[in-house]
Structure formats: C-alpha cells, structure tokens
Design a protein around this ligand. Structure first.
Ligand SMILES: Cc1ncc(COP(=O)(O)O)c(C=O)c1O
Length: 393
C-alpha cells in the first residue's frame, strides 16, 4: 500500500518540477512524459497520442512492447532474472551463437550499453595489437564514457573532460586522409558504417573497403561501431553488409534487446583470443532476462521480415521527404537524415504539438529513425506534419 502511494501517478507538470530537483540535469528534454507504447505509437501521461519517429533513439526497432519481447520477458522473469557471469547462462550462449551466425563474426562479449561495447572494443584492440593509437572520424559518436569519449568527435563533449585517450580524427569518407593518419602506432581504426548522431552520413562502400585495406597494410584492427546501424536499421542486418567489409571487431547495442539495456562486442576468432580470463568483465552483461529479450527481438525481426521492410520503407520515406524540397535527404533503410533551411529545433516543437516525435541532431538537421514496424500511412502522416510545420515557420 505504501509502495503504491509512493509511486502514485503525477501530472507531467508535477514531474517536470520534481525532476528538476531530483535528477542531475544532463538532459534537455521535451515537455512530455511518455507512459505507454505499442508499435510505432506512444501515449503521454495525459493520454495524448504521438507517432514515434525517434524510437528511443533507434532502440525500439521492433516497435514498442512487441508481443514476442513482452512474452519472453514475462516468461524469463518468472524463472530467473540475474545470476552473474560466475555461472553459465543458457540464453547468453544461444544469443552469442545467434549473433555470430547473423554477423559472420566468431565470438561475443556482452555488456549493457553502446559506450560499454566501444570500451570493450578499444580494450580488445589494445590487447590484441599492443598498440595504443586510435584513428576515428570527424563527426563520429561512440559514447560518453572516458574511453569512448576519446573517440567521439564533438569538441563540446570532449573538452570539459580532457585529458582523454584521444583518437586522431580524420574527415569521414576521405580515403587519403585515413591512409595518412594510420601509422605504425595505430592499434585500431573505429568507424560507423553510417554516422548517426552527426545527422546520418552514409559511409561510401569504396571508403569502407579502403579502410579495410589500410588496416590490413598497417597491421591494425578495423572496428565497426554498429550500435545504431545494427539489426536492420539500414535495410540490412548490419551496416557492414552494404560494402561487404568484414571488420575485426563490431560493437552493438540500442535495438539489440527490444528496449532493454544491452550491448555486445563481436570479434574475429584470432582477435578475440587475445582477451585472457579476467581481462574484461561486466556484472550484468549477458544476463538471463536481457538475453531472452534479445533472442525474442531477433525472432521478431526475422519472422516479420523487418530488415527487408526497413529497406523498402526507408526508400519510400526518403522519396516522400524529397517532395518537401529540402536541402538534402540522406540515409539507408529507416535511418534518414533531413537537412532543412528551417530552424529544426522549432520544427521538432511544432511536430510535437501535432502529435509526432522527431529528433534534431543539429540546427538544420532532423534524424528520422522510426520503429521498423512503421506503416506507409504513418510515414505519410509524419511527412505531412513536417510539411505543415515548415509552412507554419
Ligand atoms: C554509433 C554509436 N555508438 C555508441 C553510442 C553510445 O551508446 P550508449 O548511449 O548506449 O552508450 C551511440 C549512441 O547513440 C551510437 O550511436
């Protein structure tokens, strides 16, 4: 009874007021509290409906509360939630096998977020090559923990926390710049196949292939950060498939467990063998509950052909957005960047008022990453709302 009273529902206004006092203020939030979701739709505390083209920042790929994921969480939570990595967990092993099969990589390490998967990748690269230099791309985003932050480009994120183990940053999609930056002390090159946080910039296939060759020539590792591009987001299971390049290490998170926090680092066989027992660990990594959710997420992606759907509907979305006469539309699958002359922060607010959740990654850029279960009609509605919001501007 006390518990129920303590967690009584608040209005959005009350929540905003109490959050400002109880939570460390690191986020700029929209004035909305989301309470419920299904597919590509969410409802706020007051019952208002929104079409969700943010999807938990490319997390809710199978849609909100997918029945297979909900059922798997319910079933597993009644059996076992957590035990630790001191013991074997069946779901973790099944998931590792599934991810290796899907990606063509050979071994998995489990953690709890994208930044953690990048940390694991950077540690493994250093252990495997005994070289500490990292080359990363300008506009990259690889996370906010100290190691990952050193490979994240935006100076405003990095500078308050210097000194960091800082990467050597080179312009993205520039083969010559990459070639010049990689040297005898380079342990790894880390790249997103499509840069997400920057506003959806697609890595050219010839660039990613050249990156593979440059790494081979310099005997350093190629890390693909697929935290955002993984699990069908770009219209293929993984972003790397567009170029056909196999990295030595891949990082995953976001959509992996249908909304539960989970990360994974996948590695090639010989590289993975450099990690000795005790070299890296995570208390929660690959727990029974999140692994069950991830297995169900993969099943949903597969049975509902959501990867193919992402390719088809992504093309449709880009084609419809072109009709708004934007500065540029970019992307692959349902990972789309839209550059507009208009103030995109204002546009996000206007769209919110019209029942559409959008995210701007810059003053003039909107990133659209809807659930892959989105329908054509829902895409039509969002494009219409963006058009109306632009006319209002
Ligand atoms: C490519 C990429 N890597 C890493 C991260 C960090 O993930 P997390 O926020 O789960 O730590 C993100 C998050 O947006 C990302 O897009």
């Amino acid at each position: 009874m006390r518990c129920a009273m303590k967690y009584a529902s608040l209005s959005t206004e009350q929540l905003i007021e109490r959050e400002s006092k109880a939570v460390i203020q690191t986020y700029t939030r929209q004035p909305v509290s989301l309470a419920r979701g299904s597919g590509a739709v969410v409802w706020d505390l007051e019952g208002r409906e929104y079409l969700d083209f943010v999807a938990g920042i490319a997390v809710n790929s199978v849609g909100h509360c997918h029945p297979l994921v909900v059922e798997a969480i319910k079933r597993q939570s009644e059996k076992l939630i957590h035990t630790s990595n001191l013991y074997y967990t069946e779901n973790q092993v099944l998931l590792a096998e599934e991810l290796n099969e899907l990606s063509g990589m050979k071994r998995a390490f489990f953690c709890n977020s994208g930044a953690e998967s990048v940390e694991a990748a950077l540690k493994l690269a250093r252990r495997a090559t005994r070289k500490s230099g990292i080359v990363a791309a300008e506009r990259s985003f690889h996370g906010r923990t100290l190691g990952a932050l050193g490979t994240t480009y935006k100076p405003a994120y990095r500078e308050p926390f210097e000194p960091l183990c800082e990467a050597n940053f080179v312009p993205y999609n520039d083969i010559e710049a990459l070639k010049s930056a990689v040297g005898s002390q380079t342990g790894a090159v880390i790249l997103e196949p499509v840069q997400g946080e920057a506003g959806v910039y697609v890595g050219r296939d010839d660039y990613l292939r050249a990156a593979r060759q440059i790494c081979d020539d310099a005997e350093c590792l190629l890390i693909f950060d697929e935290v955002q591009t993984g699990f069908g987001r770009t219209g293929k299971w993984f972003g790397k498939e567009h170029s056909g390049v196999m990295p030595d290490i891949m990082t995953l998170a976001k959509a992996l467990a249908g909304g539960l926090p989970m990360g994974a680092m996948l590695a090639a066989e010989t590289v993975s063998e450099s990690f000795q027992r005790g070299d890296h660990a995570s208390t929660f990594g690959g727990g029974a509950l999140v692994s069950a959710a991830a297995l169900a997420t993969i099943e949903a992606l597969r049975t509902e052909r959501l990867v193919e759907r992402s390719a088809e509907l992504g093309e449709y979305l880009r084609q419809e957005l072109q009709k708004l006469d934007p500065l540029e539309v970019r992307g692959r699958g349902l990972m789309v960047g839209l550059d507009l002359q208009a103030d995109c922060k204002q546009l996000v607010t206007r769209a919110l008022d019209r029942g559409v959740l959008l995210n701007n990654t810059g003053e003039h850029t909107i990133r659209l990453v809807p659930p892959l279960v989105v329908s054509r009609e829902q895409i039509d509605r969002v494009v219409k709302v963006i058009g109306e919001s632009l006319s209002q501007a």
